[in-house]
Ligand binder design. Structure first.
Ligand SMILES: [Zn+2]
Ligand SMILES: [Zn+2]
Length: 87
C-alpha cells in the first residue's frame, strides 16, 4: 500500500482519512471526535448546530418568561380581588 501524505504536512505520513472530504491526514490534522479533518470539515460541522439550537432555546425561554409573567400577574390580581372581597 502506498504511503499517503498529510494534505497539510507533505513531509508527514497520513495515518487517518477524513470521513467527509476523504483527504489524508496526519495525527495533528485529524479530529478523532468527528473522524474528520480539523481545518475544514470538523469546524463546519460544529458551528451551525449550536447556533440553531440556541435560537430555538432562546424563543422557548422567551415564551416561558412571558407565560410566567402572566401567571404572576394573574395570581396578584386574583389575590388582590379575594382580599378585597373578604373585607
Ligand atoms: Zn475533511
Ligand atoms: Zn498534518
Amino acid at each position: 500500500m502506498a504511503a499517503f501524505r498529510c494534505m497539510n504536512h507533505p513531509e508527514r505520513e497520513a495515518v487517518h482519512q477524513c470521513a467527509r472530504c476523504g483527504k489524508p491526514l496526519c495525527e495533528e490534522c485529524y479530529n478523532p471526535d468527528f473522524g474528520r479533518c480539523r481545518d475544514n470539515c470538523a469546524d463546519s460541522l460544529v458551528k451551525p448546530e449550536p447556533k440553531g439550537r440556541s435560537a430555538v432555546f432562546r424563543v422557548i425561554v422567551a415564551i416561558l418568561a412571558v407565560i410566567g409573567a402572566l401567571v404572576v400577574l394573574l395570581v396578584t390580581i386574583c389575590g388582590a380581588y379575594i382580599f378585597t372581597l373578604s373585607n
